[in-house]
Design a protein around this ligand. Structure first.
Ligand SMILES: NC(=O)c1ccc[n+]([C@@H]2O[C@H](COP(=O)([O-])OP(=O)(O)OC[C@H]3O[C@@H](n4cnc5c(N)ncnc54)[C@H](OP(=O)(O)O)[C@@H]3O)[C@@H](O)[C@H]2O)c1
Length: 199
């Protein structure tokens, strides 16, 4: 499958490498392909492609959004809204406000009545959104190793399909669910499981 990743920060690069390792074709999208981190990623991932946000959105059969929530609409506009139509969009973004955390708690610019993904779904009504990877740190997004505990935090939501509004959240040693995948390793890039369901 062709995966276009809009965003070249740590999340974009980690997911791009993960999808490449799972034998998908990947383009990492950036506004600056000469950026040090991007050049380094390309050297380490020779099969991976680099492109502008527009080239990446055009390339991807599946598109991952991996930029700050504050600029995700700008990134989509740069990519060209028409390139998202009828595609699965994996939304890894968080609506973190540009203010410092309060008592260690991050501030969101959204509210309980309005999520960022609802706004994005309105912006791209023909896209098939899946919320994934946003609730896990980038260090455990691909092939996570949890010694002594079977704990994987994942959130997948879609506002498009009511039955899938909350698909999966906080898998914590729930044997019935684990049994379905047989091996924890099979949860790698498990997002495709959810993504196929919204097809
Ligand atoms: N860090 C984590 O472990 C983690 C975990 C889960 C979810 N998340 C979420 O994942 C998302 C990405 O986080 P990140 O730390 O990897 O990256 P980030 O630093 O938030 O974003 C980097 C990307 O944003 C693009 N960008 C910056 N300003 C822009 C603008 N004005 N218009 C368009 N694009 C712009 C950059 O473009 P260039 O490529 O051109 O520089 C780059 O591709 C965030 O929403 C974050 O909350 C992070």
């Amino acid at each position: 499958m062709k995966v276009g990743i809009i965003g070249s920060g740590i999340v974009g690069r980690v997911l791009a490498t993960g999808f490449l390792n799972e034998a998908h074709e990947v383009m990492l999208g950036t506004r600056n392909i000469s950026k040090e981190d991007v050049v380094k990623w390309k050297k380490e991932n020779t099969k991976g492609l680099l492109g502008s946000f527009q080239e990446t959105a055009q390339f991807g059969e599946v598109i991952v959004l991996a930029v700050s929530g504050l600029v995700v609409e700008d990134a989509i506009n740069l990519a060209g809204k028409e390139h998202f139509s009828n595609k699965i969009i994996i939304d890894a973004t968080n609506p973190i406000a540009a203010v410092p955390p309060e008592n260690g708690v991050l501030k969101y610019f959204t509210s309980l009545d309005r999520s960022l993904m609802e706004d994005l779904q309105k912006l791209l009504p023909d896209a098939k959104f899946v919320k994934a990877f946003n609730s896990v740190g980038n260090a455990v997004m691909y092939k996570p190793k949890f010694s002594g505990t079977k704990c994987l935090s994942a959130a997948m939501m879609t506002r498009r399909n009511k039955q899938l509004q909350i698909f999966l959240h906080h898998l914590a040693g729930k044997q019935k669910i684990w049994a379905k995948w047989k091996q924890p390793e099979q949860l790698n890039l498990f997002v495709f499981f959810g993504a196929f369901l919204v097809l």
